[in-house]
Design a protein. Structure first.
Length: 139
């Protein structure tokens, strides 16, 4: 069985944003040489997310509005976590809702997606370098 590991690095200039990282994952899959197996993609930070959905701007806008209603950034005093001097408690909650990782089957050397599926990096406390892990195993 083959095993392949790669890290991606991102710095989102705003507090929040969504990046389609599917091309990066496809490049890693090609580099791995795996034809049949599994591909894990996970955010390596507790205020970021990796998820699968449609690459449609209206949906991303809806996510932003929905997440901000669920866990509004301000007022920052509403969160005990921010008593430590941080201002990112909402980012931790948003990450919990959107998820840490995805696993995609690899079939015939390709990511085995359903219609419209793409892999996204969700940033909820940006403006600094963060990493995403890609781990591919298989034959």
């Amino acid at each position: 069985m083959k095993s392949f590991r790669q890290e991606l690095e991102f710095t989102v200039p705003q507090r929040r944003g969504f990046l389609n990282i599917t091309p990066h994952v496809q490049d890693a899959l090609r580099a791995s040489g795996v034809r049949e197996g599994l591909c894990l993609v996970n955010a390596m930070h507790i205020t970021a997310s990796v998820f699968i959905n449609d690459d449609e701007g209206g949906l991303h806008h809806d996510y932003e509005k929905w997440l901000e209603r669920l866990a509004p950034h301000a007022p920052i005093e509403q969160y005990r976590h921010n008593d430590t001097g941080e201002d990112n408690a909402d980012a931790h909650l948003k990450r919990q809702v959107m998820g840490r990782e995805v696993v995609v089957a690899v079939t015939g050397g390709r990511l085995d997606f359903g219609p419209w599926e793409q892999i996204f990096y969700g940033e909820f406390d940006g403006r600094r370098r963060k990493r995403v892990l890609i781990k591919i195993i298989g034959e």
